[in-house]
Every structure is written in C-alpha cells, then in structure tokens.
Design a protein around this ligand. Sequence first.
Ligand code: C5P
Length: 208
Amino acid sequence: MIIAVDGPTASGKGTIAKALAAHFGLPHLDTGLLYRAVGRQCALNSGNADSPVDALAACAFPDSLLDDPELRSEATGGLASRVSVHPEVRHALYERQRSFATQPGGAVLDGRDIGTVIAPEAELKLFVVASVPARAERRFREMQAAGRAVSLADIAADLEARDARDRSRAEAPLVAAPDAVLLDTSDLGRDEAIAAAIALAEAAGARP
Ligand code: C5P
C-alpha cells in the first residue's frame, strides 16, 4: 500500500508519516530531505539557488550528505524551497521518489506533491494542515530544543514565505489532490494526530 502524506512545513506531516510507517511496517521516505540536500549542495558549490543551472548541478549530491545535520536548519529549508521551484530539479529527483513509492509491499512518502505527482495512485493521500501560529510555535520549540537562537516572529515570517513559494510555483505546487483527506493538526497533540492518521489509514485498508 502506498501512503502519501503532503502538507506545508511544520504541519506535522513528517511525524505522522514516520509513525504510519512504523505502525504498518512500511519503508518511509522524507522527500523534503532530498530537496534540502540539493539546496545544501548548491550552497557548498557556491551556486545560486535561484539559477536552474546551479540547482540542477547540485542534484548530483553524494548520499552521505543526507546525514548532514545542517540539512535540518531553517537556512537549508529556505534554500530547498528555492531550488524546488525549478522543473529541472523536480524531474531529476522524480525517479528516485517514484521507485521508492512503487517498491513491492508499498511505502510511506511525505512531501508536497506525493499524492499529485509522485504517486497519484496512492491508496491513501493525507493532506496535513495546521494554522501558521500553531506551526510557528512547534518549529520554535524544536529550534529551542536544538539550541538554536531564533525568534517566533522570524519563524512565522519564514513559514509564510515558504508556503507562498510552494503554493505558487508553476510545477507541482503544494496543493491537495482532489481525493486527499484533510487532517488539521492545529489543535491536536502529537499522539492525537498520529492516532487520527492511523485510523484514516485503517479505513483505507492498511493493516499492521
Ligand atoms: O518538508 P521540508 O520542509 O523538509 O521541505 C523543504 C522544502 O523542499 C519545501 O519548502 C519545499 O519547497 C520542497 N519540497 C518540495 N517537494 C517535496 C518535498 C519538499 O518541493 N516533495
């Protein structure tokens, strides 16, 4: 069974996707990490994330880069959002995601365009949303726990800028597939959000 988990930054989709994969014994791919690796590699190459040529060159990142803790930073998230606008980059990363999705036995993938582009045939498509204040607060707590000095206002502004860029890009914009199920986590704790997602997956036919 393929489970697609899409939604904006800090909506809880990564946590939900990981928990679904563990619960149902499916492999999981965080596709945002691939775009983050491209953004990071572009910076390491001294390239310009807004240049399709530089961003495409950065798609040849080594797999070891996927373990770089810097991939989780807000700065790299911003770069990922810029390189992900280029169709060249999206096409270069397509096959890797597609073959993960279609492996025997199924998989859980989270991202922005899993239900619309990478695996439109997914048996369950979750579109996870949460209000900007709820998402900013979560990201703020994560950053504080990681010892990073950031302001709540800066995080909220960054989230909104990234949402706007992800929603307005011409290719594979952040949008719910017509048959996606909306899961609003604004007022849900972590465990409640996971329980809701598991219930939706079971209703779609997933079995542990
Ligand atoms: O999910 P995460 O915040 O790690 O993603 C970083 C950026 O990568 C997003 O803001 C988005 O621009 C891009 N992305 C994408 N398509 C995906 C996953 C991530 O465009 N499937």
